[in-house]
Design a protein around this ligand. Structure first.
Ligand SMILES: [Zn+2]
Length: 124
């Protein structure tokens, strides 16, 4: 994962058209929230918050992880909110399978089981 998220104010520079980025949005009510989206050249597309009304104030290249199932790079927008991911569930946008991110390391559920066996299932 990227060591440091570098937020770019939209007033300074826009992302490339259709580049998937993390967004810091300012709602009309004054709340900020984080989401994922891209700019089409005349408007923002926010697939996870399609009905939200707001203004993008800054963007950042999305944190990406290597999918342990198919080996392709996939974004994990939830990582935007954290410096480091202790434990998170992600799904790959290429193969659609879920995987875990533990201490910033992506792994399949089976790999995780191997690494730290469930104490409730220790063979009794
Ligand atoms: Zn995958």
């Amino acid at each position: 994962m990227t060591a440091e998220l570098r937020w770019v104010p939209v007033s300074e520079r826009m992302p490339a058209d259709d580049q998937r980025v993390g967004l810091k949005m300012l709602e009309h009510g004054g709340q900020t929230f984080y989401t994922m989206g891209w700019y089409t050249g005349d408007r923002w597309v926010l697939p996870e918050n399609p009905h939200s009304e707001g203004e993008a104030v800054a963007w950042v290249a999305l944190p990406t992880f290597t999918c342990p199932h198919c080996g392709k790079q996939t974004e994990h927008p939830q990582a935007l909110a954290f410096d480091k991911l202790m434990m998170s569930r992600a799904s790959c946008r290429h193969c659609g399978k879920e995987f875990l991110i533990v201490d910033d390391v992506p792994m399949t559920p089976a790999e995780y089981q191997k690494r730290s066996p469930d104490p409730e299932n220790d063979g009794n």
